[in-house]
Design a protein around this ligand. Structure first.
Ligand code: ADP
Length: 338
């Protein structure tokens, strides 16, 4: 193996640049040429590729986003798209690729490996929804952003004796919401993985809090609660009680508890900004590990964090794993946050 390519695919996350930097510099140190593939799998299909050197990744460690750009590429899901990518690899002499992204990106890396281009993948998403890994690059930064913003909302809620319904990203998973709730002391945490009941989790908890003298409330709700997918335990219930979005949730809270409530949808602000030290460190370690695998002719692997150690799994095996929701910490948040 002489030339390694690197690409970022799917939704971006903070720390992707740190990961790419580690891949580039480790690969150069090992004597490889390095090719930056732009816009995810699109760049591989269209030949949008640039050679990278040590300084190509200077000053990227602390920046959010991905300087390689990212995209969702439908064409790559088809055999014809993969074959075009294989041709591009031959043209540019790329004989191994590090892919950074989520589940879909891993499938692409597996398909490419099966077509003769060895790939390894790394988990890059704020959602922490990659079942094979305890941690995904970007998660820590996203949680910290949510906490900072909820703290600000808390100040104004407290002044006005209000409730803030805060909608948090995470796709079908509630990991960002759970950690943000623990760290910001949200009264109620609503996630797709745990059955929610308006009377028990809002009305009763608010009453109890008011009994202790509480005057402001935060309700942290995961965006996935509003998605019509089988993994969402709350979709039908929410529809039944007339809550289709954060605004309707806030309205119902005002009506049923008498506490004036406003909604805030945090949105894409959670995906930007400078990565935390934790994200930069893990991204660097994973990037370094990825190149070591390719150097040792090991491919079709996904690099993961398991019990605070970086290790790797077969991609297909990794995609079939399960990551049970952390109900213990969810219950702890409910017990401590009044
Ligand atoms: P996100 O979860 O942010 O959408 P993913 O990492 O799941 O990100 O990336 C999805 C992208 O992965 C798709 O748009 C496509 O470009 C790429 N991809 C490649 N092969 C596949 C595949 N077999 N299934 C799904 N996505 C694939």
């Amino acid at each position: 193996m002489k030339t390694i390519g690197v690409l970022t695919s799917g939704g971006d996350s903070q720390g992707m640049n740190a990961a790419v930097r580690a891949v580039v510099r480790t690969a150069l140190n090992e004597g490889f040429r390095v090719m930056g593939i732009n816009k995810g799998y699109n760049g591989l299909i269209n030949g949008d590729i640039t050679e990278l050197n040590y300084t190509s990744v200077s000053n990227t460690l602390s920046s959010g986003g991905t300087f390689l750009k990212t995209a969702r590429c439908l064409e790559f899901k088809e055999e014809a798209g993969i074959l075009k990518a294989v041709e591009t690899c031959k043209k540019f002499g790329i004989d191994g690729i590090v892919v950074l992204g989520g589940d879909g990106s891993f499938r692409g890396a597996r398909d490419l490996t099966l077509h003769g281009v060895p790939c390894v993948a790394m988990p890059g998403t704020i959602d922490n929804d990659i079942v094979c890994s305890d941690y995904t690059i970007g998660f820590d930064t996203a949680v910290n952003i949510c906490v900072e913003l909820i703290d600000k909302l808390r100040d104004t809620c407290e002044s006005h004796n209000r409730c803030s319904v805060v909608q948090i990203m995470g796709k079908n998973a509630g990991w960002v919401t759970l950690e943000a709730s623990i760290a910001s002391g949200a009264t109620t945490t609503v996630v797709p993985e745990v059955e929610f009941n308006f009377e028990r989790d809002i009305v009763e908890r608010f009453k109890r809090g008011m009994g202790f003298g509480k005057t402001s409330f935060i309700v942290a709700v995961s965006e996935g609660v509003f998605f019509d997918v089988p993994s969402n335990k709350n979709y039908e219930y929410m529809q039944k009680i007339g809550i289709h979005n954060a605004a309707e949730f806030a309205k119902k809270i005002t009506e049923e508890t008498g506490v004036e409530s406003r909604e805030t949808v945090l949105g894409h602000v959670q995906r930007g900004g400078t990565p935390t030290a934790r994200d930069r460190i893990i991204a660097t370690e994973m990037g370094n590990y990825a190149v070591e695998l390719l150097k040792n002719n090991i491919s079709n692997r996904v690099i993961v964090m398991k019990e605070n150690h970086i290790t790797d799994f077969d991609i297909l095996e990794a995609l079939q794993m399960k990551k049970p929701f952390d109900i213990k910490r969810y219950n702890m948040a409910n017990d401590i946050n009044i």
